[in-house]
Design a protein around this ligand. Structure first.
Ligand SMILES: [Zn+2]
Length: 316
C-alpha cells in the first residue's frame, strides 16, 4: 500500500541576506526588482529604485578598494550548487566593449529544491570556492563581490527563481498589493534578514572634497584624493542613489575655524536611480587658509533628510 507523504510544511525557503556586509554602511542596496510590466519601472514599494526589467536585488560596495578588501557572498539558503562560472575579469563595462554574452560574469547558481533557485552574479574573478554538485549550508561562503560581466560598479546581482520565473524576495509569490495598500508583505527573507532590510528611498554612496570635479565613473570606483592647494577650487561632490525631482540638496563647506566658506541650496530637477552632484567655489585671491575643511551634503524630501554625508579634507 502506497503511503501518502504530506507536502513539506515549509516548501518556500527562507533566505538569509546573501552578503557578509552591513547594509547602509559597508554595502548598499542599489536596485530592487522591477514590477512594472511595461517599459516603466517600479519597485515593490512603488518607488523607482529599479530599472526596466531588473529581475534581482543589487547589493553594491562603495568603491573598488572595498571590492579588493573583499566582501563574501554567501548561500542564501541550504542547497546544491548547480552551475558556476569563473575566469571573467573585474573590468567595468564602460571600459570594455563586450561581455561575450556572459552578462552575469562570474556566477553561482544554487538549487534549493521544490523549484527554487538562487543566482549570484558579477563575482570577483578567482573567488568562487564551490563546484557543481556540492551541498552548501545556508550562509556558506561561495565567492566575493566583484565587477565581472555586465557591471559598472562592484556589486552582487542576486536573483531568486521559482520554476524558472524570477521572484522578488521582498514580495514572494503572492500578488503585489496595490500601491496605497498597507498590507505587510511577508516576502521570502528569513526573520533575521528581514529585520535588516528596511526600505531606504535614497542614500549617498560616496562623496568628498576635491579640487576638480571628478569624472563620475572615476568617483564611483576610485574616489579621487582630496584637496591639492591653497589656490585651487574647493568642491564638494556626491554620488547618490534615489534623488527625485523636487528634492532639495544642501551643500556646505566649513573652514578650519568653523566659518562657512560655501553654502548652496539647489532643487533637483530630474533625479534618477543614480545621481551625481557637486558644488564649490574658486579660491579667494589670497588663497584658502590652511587647515581642515568639512563638507556636508543633505538631500531633503519635503521636511525629511533622506540621505546625507559628511566628509573632510585638508589644505596645507
Ligand atoms: Zn542587477
Amino acid at each position: 500500500m502506497a503511503s501518502l507523504q504530506p507536502p513539506p510544511a515549509h516548501a518556500t525557503p527562507a533566505f538569509g541576506f546573501p552578503v557578509e556586509c552591513t547594509i547602509g554602511q559597508s554595502c548598499l542596496i542599489q536596485k530592487l526588482v522591477d514590477h512594472d510590466p511595461g517599459p516603466g519601472r517600479r519597485d515593490y514599494r512603488c518607488g523607482l529604485l529599479t530599472t526596466n526589467g531588473h529581475d534581482g536585488i543589487d547589493v553594491r560596495l562603495r568603491t573598488m578598494a572595498d571590492m579588493r578588501a573583499g566582501f563574501a557572498v554567501v548561500a542564501a539558503a541550504a542547497g546544491t550548487v548547480l552551475r558556476t562560472r569563473d575566469g571573467e575579469p573585474d573590468v567595468s563595462v564602460d571600459a570594455r566593449a563586450v561581455t561575450d554574452g556572459k552578462d552575469a560574469g562570474n556566477a553561482v547558481v544554487i538549487d534549493h529544491g521544490d523549484g527554487w533557485q538562487t543566482q549570484y552574479s558579477h563575482l570577483r574573478q578567482g573567488s568562487i570556492g564551490v563546484r557543481p554538485g556540492q551541498r552548501v549550508a545556508a550562509g556558506a561562503r561561495i565567492g566575493m563581490i566583484g565587477l565581472s560581466g555586465n557591471s559598472e560598479f562592484p556589486h552582487l546581482h542576486f536573483t531568486v527563481r521559482h520554476r524558472g520565473e524570477a521572484v522578488d524576495p521582498f514580495v514572494g509569490t503572492a500578488p503585489l498589493p496595490a500601491c496605497n495598500s498597507d498590507v505587510r508583505l511577508a516576502g521570502l527573507w528569513a526573520p533575521t534578514a528581514a529585520q535588516r532590510l528596511g526600505y531606504e528611498p535614497a542614500a549617498v554612496i560616496t562623496g568628498g572634497l576635491a579640487s576638480t570635479v571628478p569624472a563620475r565613473a572615476v568617483a564611483e570606483r576610485d574616489p579621487p584624493p582630496g584637496l591639492v592647494g591653497r589656490q585651487a577650487p574647493l568642491i564638494l561632490w556626491v554620488d547618490a542613489i534615489g534623488a527625485r525631482a523636487g528634492d532639495r540638496q544642501l551643500f556646505s563647506i566649513i573652514g578650519p575655524k568653523g566659518q562657512i566658506v560655501h553654502d548652496q541650496q539647489t532643487v533637483v530637477e530630474d533625479g534618477g536611480l543614480s545621481w551625481f552632484a557637486y558644488s564649490g567655489k574658486r579660491a579667494p585671491a589670497t588663497g584658502w587658509p590652511s587647515g581642515r575643511y568639512v563638507g556636508r551634503y543633505r538631500l531633503q524630501r519635503r521636511d525629511a533628510v533622506v540621505a546625507q554625508i559628511e566628509t573632510s579634507g585638508s589644505i596645507k
